[in-house]
Design a protein around this ligand. Structure first.
Ligand code: B12
Length: 495
């Protein structure tokens, strides 16, 4: 029993060439909690192009395969891997975990290549499952899993959230950590960046499109300030990096904790800059002057806010906890602190009209005019996620939700091919949606960061032309974007 082997696999995501890779925290965190007497192998399909050989070499009769998945292209790759493993040995147990199986347990288990799913956080459940499979005891006793038995799907009761501070430290030796240092930073003028993952989980807001409300039940929990600081210090010591990226959904919720972390960075003289994508407008409002100054002093150079829409009606519909005035106040206030605000947006909501959509573009223009340091991220396409309130509204407006697991992977986030499937989107919006979204990308720093300096230089005339389009809202007829899309999909490996 002790020679059981666990192979944990992080499938490709379908966007792996756009952004520098972040460590596969989902499986790394679980792998680190396993009893060290079990052999564990971590395969990152985004990096290990020879993944098939790695699996072949390691697979054995007593082996357990764990596969991570969130909604989107990752499912397709996860299924390819599952099929490959089952073909090598049909007796091997395939376990899926992650957001998608948690939200869609039945549909996931209906797939013939998947035997068991872990719902929610895996740090406690997965080691218990491995123990159970090793000792061949009954699956029924393990909280937080669903499985198939004699053709029937059985859902055990759920597991409560874990105390993150009890997790064992990450076993970095399971991956080649240097693979995950980003060459560039989103903070201009600083260098190599490392994504240290989530130092807290969840978010207390109930934005109606976000999986947080159902996946994390709107509950927030965190690593202590001390543990977070150690994680930062270890990363700086381990790697040649200049910038730290904190991936929390809501890093600034506990301002006392942020203060202790910032003070720690200063005390340790780490000489890094850092930024967080987990800030909300209400949290920013709650931060006092001193904390903002302290954040800057400790190296904080950027906050990234999820703005989503410039239409007051849409902001209400999706239940964002702020209004347009709050956005402008924040944008203006940040000028005092030399911290660059970055804004994310979405498009293609159910009931969104052309005028709502154009309000978002105009807001993007305005925020940049208001604050020279403001940066707009490209608009991303809204995708109805099961379990959220906006999913139900999308269904009411004609969304035909995929009936099979695989269909959730069909490039839903890049609408060029699939716009027709999204029946809930207004006809007039559909006519320009692809163009607006693509132009938001072409007019962002994201594309420039993804491409080399030479290529960017060669593309200057193209950028200039598309900037003119973007600034003048010329969205209806843009034949040149056809060529752009073809090239993009090939270069960036998008599907
Ligand atoms: C990092 C990240 C990415 C990275 C990819 C991941 C990586 N490591 O490189 C990149 C930048 C590529 C990315 C892209 C996108 N992302 Co993203 N991303 C994240 C983020 C910020 C952190 C994920 C993470 O590392 N979490 C920490 C780990 C420890 O937690 P975890 O992944 O949930 O894993 C735990 C459990 O789920 C479970 N588990 C997971 N896998 C497994 C496997 C097994 C075997 C077991 C037993 C358990 C298990 O156990 C883990 C430990 O508790 C999350 C936010 C979030 N709240 O998670 C969004 C999030 C996952 N992303 C999201 C979205 C929407 C996107 C994009 C669509 C954005 C866009 N419009 O372009 C794209 C699409 C990618 C695609 N599928 O096609 C959504 C997904 C919603 C959903 N239904 O799946 C999230 C939840 C953000 C949100 N709140 O909406 N993302």
């Amino acid at each position: 029993v002790d020679n059981i082997k666990v192979i944990l696999i992080f499938p490709k995501t379908g966007q792996d060439k756009t952004i520098s890779l972040s460590p596969p925290y989902a499986i790394l965190s679980i792998a680190s909690q396993l009893n060290p007497r079990y052999q564990v192998i971590v395969i990152d399909q985004r990096i290990h192009h020879n993944w098939k050989n790695r699996i072949r070499k390691n697979i054995s009769e007593d082996c357990i395969i764990g596969i991570s998945s969130f909604t989107g292209a990752q499912i397709k790759y996860g299924l390819e891997i599952s099929e490959f493993c089952k073909n090598l040995n049909p007796n091997i147990k395939i376990v899926w975990g992650g957001i998608h199986p948690t939200l869609m347990p039945n549909q996931t288990l209906q797939n013939k290549y998947i035997d068991i799913i872990v719902r929610g956080e895996g740090e406690i459940t997965f080691p218990k499952l491995v123990e159970c499979l090793a000792k061949q005891t009954k699956l029924k006793t393990i909280k937080g899993i669903s499985f198939k038995q004699n053709g029937k799907i059985i859902h055990n009761t759920g597991r409560e959230f874990a105390d993150m501070n009890k997790f064992k430290q990450l076993r970095w030796n399971l991956v080649n950590i240097n693979d995950y240092v980003h060459k560039a930073s989103v903070i201009e003028g600083t260098g190599k960046t490392f994504d240290i993952g989530q130092t807290s989980r969840g978010c207390i807001n109930n934005c109606k499109f976000c999986v947080n409300s159902c996946y994390n039940k709107s509950q927030w929990r965190c690593f202590s300030a001390k543990r977070t600081l150690k994680l930062i210090i270890d990363s700086v010591n381990m790697l040649d990096i200049k910038t730290i990226w904190l991936r929390d959904d809501n890093f600034f919720l506990d301002t006392k904790r942020v203060k202790t972390i910032a003070q720690g960075i200063i005390k340790e003289k780490l000489d890094i800059s850092w930024y967080s994508s987990g800030i909300t407008i209400p949290n920013y409002k709650k931060m006092d002057k001193n904390l903002k100054k302290l954040a800057y002093k400790s190296g904080c150079r950027s906050f990234r806010f999820g703005i989503e829409s410039g239409s007051p009606r849409i902001l209400k519909l999706i239940n964002k906890p702020f209004n347009l005035q709050d956005i402008h106040n924040t944008n203006n206030n940040l000028k005092k602190y030399n911290i660059s605000p970055k804004y994310s947006y979405m498009c293609g909501f159910p009931t969104e009209t052309k005028s709502d959509l154009l309000m978002t573009v105009k807001l993007m223009h305005k925020l940049k005019k208001e604050n020279k340091k403001a940066e707009n991220y490209p608009m991303t396409m809204y995708m109805p996620y099961p379990g959220t309130e906006l999913f139900d509204l999308s269904i009411q407006h004609g969304f035909k939700a995929p009936r099979k697991l695989k269909q959730w992977s069909q490039g839903i986030h890049f609408m060029s091919k699939n716009l027709n499937r999204l029946e809930y989107i207004d006809k007039d919006v559909k006519k320009i949606l692809n163009n607006v979204s693509d132009l938001s990308y072409i007019n962002s720093m994201q594309i420039k960061r993804a491409l080399s300096g030479k290529l960017n230089k060669a593309l200057m005339p193209f950028y200039a032309f598309e900037k003119f389009r973007w600034n003048n809202l010329l969205f209806s007829f843009a034949p040149e974007l056809w060529l752009y899309r073809k090239t993009r999909n090939i270069l960036l490996g998008m599907n």
